[in-house]
Design a protein around this ligand. Structure first.
Ligand code: 6PG
Length: 252
């Protein structure tokens, strides 16, 4: 089955957030209606913050927060209160401002004594929550590193070859270096992935991912193939090196 990728380019990060928020809300409402809940793995880093802030400002009734379950695509192995924590960023930008029950927020357990212990515990919690050895999120949000990394799956990493684990600990190329990440099998079991990428610094990584030669070991995004497809949400700077017309759907 061909998986279709959609490509949306917005003038700047704020208008990207304004455009993506309704899509996120629609996916959440549709999943909650169809299956009683919406499961999303949030992206870390700086890029998604405007989206999270926009969702925090949405009408309280727009999202069925009581039926939304929030996970993370990856996390730095730092305390939850650490300024580098992806959990802390999402809490400050979104989760502290919406009526989501605490039991619906599922951060990586970075308080455990080792990264491997945290990865194993998170993997077990996913399998228990979804009641299957191979869970699939309704949506996974991902950023893109300038080096082509996705989540904390870095180019050339042995983690890219992982086929049995859902979550692994890695030594990343981007500080904080000790990280925890969903694996590609875990990401690709999801229904949909939305990449959120902004800034001129990402333009070459975007071009390689979308229009470069097939090389998922270097351009990790090329290995991201969720069940229903990928949405690329770019600002104009991140899309600057693309040849293809914007907004078109295309097979990947
Ligand atoms: C992280 C992210 C990482 C991020 C990219 C882009 O924990 O850092 O998961 O994969 O999405 O590095 O980071 P920025 O959004 O900060 O540019």
């Amino acid at each position: 089955m061909s998986r279709r990728a959609s490509l949306q380019v917005l003038p700047d990060p704020e208008r990207l957030a304004d455009a993506l928020a309704p899509s996120f809300i629609e996916l959440a409402r549709a999943a909650a209606w169809a299956r009683g809940r919406f499961t999303v793995a949030l992206a870390g880093g700086r890029t998604p913050r405007p989206l999270y802030e926009r969702l925090a400002r949405a009408d309280r009734d727009a999202l069925p927060w009581g039926r939304v379950h929030v996970f993370w695509s990856d996390e730095r192995y730092v305390p939850a209160e650490d300024p580098e924590s992806n959990y802390r960023m999402a809490r400050e930008a979104l989760l502290d401002h919406v009526p989501i029950p605490g039991t619906n927020v599922h951060p990586f357990p970075t308080s455990l004594p080792t990264p491997d212990a945290a990865a194993c515990a998170y993997e077990s919690s996913l399998r228990a929550f979804f009641r299957t050895p191979w869970p699939g999120f309704d949506l996974v949000l991902l950023g893109l590193g300038e080096d082509g990394h996705v989540g904390s799956l870095f180019p050339g990493s042995p983690a890219l070859r992982e086929r049995a684990r859902l979550v692994v600990s890695v030594e990343g190329a981007k500080p904080p270096r000790q990280r925890l990440t969903l694996t590609l099998p875990a990401i690709n079991r999801s229904a949909r992935v939305h990449f959120i990428v902004t800034g001129a610094g990402k333009a070459e990584a975007v071009r390689r991912a979308l229009e470069g030669p097939r090389d998922p070991g270097a351009s990790v995004a090329q290995g991201v193939k969720p069940v229903e497809g990928v949405g690329w949400w770019l600002d104009r700077e991140a899309a600057a090196l693309l040849r293809r017309a914007h907004g078109e759907a295309a097979d990947v």
